[in-house]
Every structure is written in structure tokens, then in C-alpha cells.
Design a protein around this ligand. Sequence first.
Ligand SMILES: Nc1nc2c(ncn2[C@@H]2O[C@H](COP(=O)(O)OP(=O)(O)OP(=O)(O)O)[C@@H](O)[C@H]2O)c(=O)[nH]1
Ligand SMILES: [Mg+2]
Length: 286
Amino acid sequence: MGDQGEDLNICAPPGIIVTTDEGAIIGELNADGDRVLVARGGRGGSHRSDFLPSKGRSQHIRLDLRLIADMGLVGFPNAGKSSLLSVLSHAKPQIADYAFTTMRPEIGRILYEDHRQVSIADLPGLIEGAHMNKGMGHKFLKHVERTKQLMFVELELYKEELLSKPALLVVNKMDLPETQEKLQELLHQLKYQEDFVGLLPEDMVPKKGLEFEHVVPVSAATGQGIEELKARIRQSLDVQIAGATEELHKERIQELQKIRRPPGGNAGARGSVREPRREGQMGPAM
Ligand SMILES: Nc1nc2c(ncn2[C@@H]2O[C@H](COP(=O)(O)OP(=O)(O)OP(=O)(O)O)[C@@H](O)[C@H]2O)c(=O)[nH]1
Ligand SMILES: [Mg+2]
């Protein structure tokens, strides 16, 4: 009858979906402390089974970190991220004239005329040294990882970790005096970045140039530029999705070509890209 076997626990962060290799969902981990049973252990032997233990299940699984949103709003405290979310979507985030009003992500959705929805996450403000856990630090960066793209609200925010995603730069509060001049200055600096790098403290100099897909001046207060911003968000995500789909198709076609090529070579001209499609069942899924 022996001792009970120990449970095998595997720790994973919240926001994980556990699936089989085929993509069937076994369970979700949405909050701290959530648990999902992936494979039940076998029963121990008893007098009913002639003391023979039964075998437990084994199961191959995938852990997918779910995106919290298509776009994440990134900016210094008070830049007006929550105000922007409230005019872009129907979300009603808390807005106030003090830093760190937003403590956890709030998601809003933009609904486009063709019924496509884009989700925007309003994130806590980012300050210098977030990567050293200052301000909302690590929490902030963890949320940022889970968005497809970033929408920077005002500039100085280029933290290198954040620059690997496509990004839009939104210049908010354009209703305030002198913002027009500041915007021109900013556009000039972006265009001639190398000339300005010398003015920055060494640890703030980005290794990679700043590239924004679009720079959009807006005012959350008056609504100026908000429609254009919505259009830019959509455009930018559509381009990214189209790029990813094309990449996937290329990979599939390459895989199919490998399968088609007989082991002894002899693929010749017949191994063209179109060949596999004619066989029907193996064409790339659209
Ligand atoms: N004049 C003007 N004020 C704005 C605009 N957008 C936001 N504000 C004001 O700026 C302040 C901060 O706005 P929030 O939207 O709370 O800023 P936030 O970036 O979400 O701030 P945190 O959550 O603390 O990081 C509030 O007093 C807003 O009313 C704007 O376009 N023009
Ligand atoms: Mg906020």
C-alpha cells in the first residue's frame, strides 16, 4: 500500500492558458493562487487491485501567456494616459492631477465601423529606473510585455526594453499654450536624433534610434486628433498582423516543401511553392 506520491506542482504566472498540443484548453491561471490539474496521478495499490498501483496520466501541455491588450499606453505619470483611454473608448478610468492615479491596467476597447475591436490597456505611469523597480517598476514592465504594440504618450520615455515593439508616439495636451512649438521641436529632435544624443546623460542614451510608426498630436481634453489616432492605431496593428501572417505562410510553405522533397533529392522544379496546394488537404490555412 506504500506512501502516497507527492503532487508535482509547476509554477506559472497569472494570465497563462494551459492547452494540449492541439490547442484544446485544459484550464486558465488568471489570478495568484489559481491551480489547474493537468494530469491525475495513478491510484496506489490496494487489496482490491491485488496491491498493484495503476499508472497515472501523462500529458504534453503548452503554456500560453495571454495578451492583455493590443496596445499598451505608456508614459510618465500625469501624461494623460487615462484621459486618452476615456476618449478613445467607453472605459471610465480614474483621472486625477497626481502621479500614479492608475495602479493596475484598465482595458478599454475601440470599436471600428467594420466591427473589429482593438483593446487598449491603460497602464501605471512609468518613471526613470522602472527597470530597477522604481515606481510601479517590475509590475509595469510585466504588463507591458503582454501587449502587441505600445502607444507612448509624450517622449522622454524611451526605455530600451520597450523599444522592441512597434510604437506610436502620441503627444497629448495639445490644447495647452506653447505645445505647438514644443511639438515642432520634438519632431526636429526625432529627425536629427544623433545631434541631440550628446545632450543626454550617458545612461539615458538609447542604443537604438527611436523609430515611431506615427507621431500623432492630440488633446484628450478637447478631442483634437482623437479620430486620427484611432485610425493610426488600427493601421499600425493591421500592418503588424499582416506581417505576422505572411511570416507564418512562408514558414508553412517551407515546411511543405521539405515534406514534398523525396529523401533522395530530386525535387527539381516540381518543388515549387504552388505544388503542395494542388493536393488540397495541405494548403496553408488562411
Ligand atoms: N489641458 C489638458 N489636460 C489634460 C489632458 N489630458 C489629461 N489632462 C489632465 O492631466 C492630468 C492627468 O491625467 P491622467 O489621465 O490621470 O494621467 P495619467 O497619465 O493616466 O496619470 P497616471 O495614471 O498617474 O500615470 C489630469 O488632471 C487631466 O485632467 C489634455 O489633453 N489637456
Ligand atoms: Mg492613469
